[in-house]
Design a protein. Structure first.
Length: 283
């Protein structure tokens, strides 16, 4: 076990700093302050970030941290922290780690007992989710699906029975094929396509997958797809199958029916009465 009290120790820190996903006014004062105070800024693309930072008057040493060299970057960043330097990690837009580099860097810092301090800010999926009009919680953030059709369909099949709202990132040149696969594998559900978030052409298209498909050919820009989860009643039915299996397993292990129901209620948080009714309805 490791405990980090971010502001009560003097250990060097890795700051995870989000940058705007479009509208530059969304850069927070704290993000600017942390970037100004950092000794080094690690970023995905030094040119892209150099321009962004110059806009905010931040002139710091930049080092590259990209997906293909993340293992090396993690080692380099840990070395800087060991020398007592504070490092800020940014990506081209939004949060690092969210479909952007940083996972290995954070792991390496945790392994080496350096602080990892998040700075609040925005990620495209969160903007899309909360304004989608679909049920915001619980949700699963999937990110990009595989670009090949077979792998994409396999992944969608994996999520098909999940009752939670699903959030995907997609590129405009793949959006039609992606939505066709969603319709074929998961059915014609409610969906919101959010594009160009926080920018002048921000748009939300809310409807069924079929309806959105009718417009999808012409859609450009950066986009997020928010998809309704599997309808609740069927999901509850699925959950109750699992609950019944737990009761049966406990009975096979020697418990009486009422003890097995009590134990299953304790483990799942579902009321004893509900499980009792379900068990007797199925037997
Ligand atoms: N780290 C970013 C984040 O926190 O959202 C995501 C980076 S990922 C490489 C880029 C993808 O994020 C885009 O292809 C798009 O799906 C989504 N995205 C980024 N900015 C967006 C915006 N302004 N509007 C809609 N989607 C956006």
């Amino acid at each position: 076990m490791k405990r980090q009290k971010s502001f009560e120790n003097k250990r060097p820190s890795l700051y995870l700093v989000p940058t705007p996903i479009g509208n530059l006014s969304e850069m927070t004062p704290r993000a600017i302050e942390i970037l100004n105070q950092a000794d080094v800024i690690a970023c995905e693309d030094t040119r892209t970030s150099g321009q962004l930072l110059a806009h905010f008057g931040i002139h710091k040493k930049l080092i590259a941290c990209q997906n293909f060299n993340e293992e090396n970057s993690a080692g380099g960043i840990v070395k800087l922290l060991s020398e007592g330097k504070n490092v800020a990690l940014i990506s081209d837009a939004g949060y690092p780690l969210i479909n952007d580099p940083g996972q290995r860097v954070v792991q390496a810092c945790v392994e080496n007992d350096f602080n990892v301090i998040p700075v609040s800010g925005c990620s495209a999926f969160l903007n899309a989710l909360v304004a989608s009009g679909l049920v915001a919680m619980p949700f699963i953030y999937v990110g990009f699906l595989p670009s090949g059709a077979t792998e994409r369909r396999k992944k969608l099949a994996m999520y098909k029975d999940y009752p939670m709202t699903l959030v995907f990132y997609e590129a405009p040149h793949r959006i039609v094929r992606m939505l066709e696969d969603v319709r074929d594998v998961m059915g014609n559900r409610q969906c919101t396509l959010a594009r160009e978030l926080t920018k002048v052409h921000e748009e939300f298209i809310r409807g069924t997958v079929e309806e959105i498909l009718e417009t999808a050919d012409d859609l450009r820009g950066e986009m997020v797809v928010v998809l309704e989860g599997k309808k609740e009643d069927r999901a509850v039915e699925l959950d109750m199958h699992a609950v019944l299996a737990m009761v049966n397993e406990a009975m096979q292990a020697g418990m009486s029916t009422s003890d097995a129901i009590r134990e299953t209620a304790r483990r799942t948080g579902i009321s004893k009465n509900r499980i009792y009714e379900y068990v007797h309805q199925k037997n």
